[in-house]
Design a protein around this ligand. Structure first.
Ligand SMILES: [Zn+2]
Length: 90
């Protein structure tokens, strides 16, 4: 089952870190992300990339959930749907 990070807790943690340190380094950011509690995504939406063509005739990929255009990634950048169709358990 996919696991998610709560973005509001993450933002709070970044705010706290900025209050302690004027600037954060990549290793600080990595540490904050690694410390986040992972939440099982019980309401995950699953979709598939649908190959189609744009007006120029170029191949593009359309999300089957929201119709958004993406780059054949694991998640739709528009609606966040899991494009692996719920298969695999990582
Ligand atoms: Zn989508």
């Amino acid at each position: 089952m996919k696991k998610l990070i709560d973005p509001y807790i993450l933002m709070d943690d970044f705010t706290l870190a900025f209050e302690k340190k004027a600037s954060l380094f990549p290793e600080d950011v990595e540490e904050i992300i690694k410390e986040q509690v992972l939440i099982p995504s019980v309401n995950a939406r699953f979709g598939k990339w649908k190959e189609t063509k744009n007006l120029k005739g170029e191949t593009i990929y359309e999300c089957s959930v929201c119709g958004g255009i993406g780059h054949y990634d694991n998640f739709c950048p528009v609606c966040g749907a899991d494009m692996n169709g719920g298969e695999g358990d990582d």
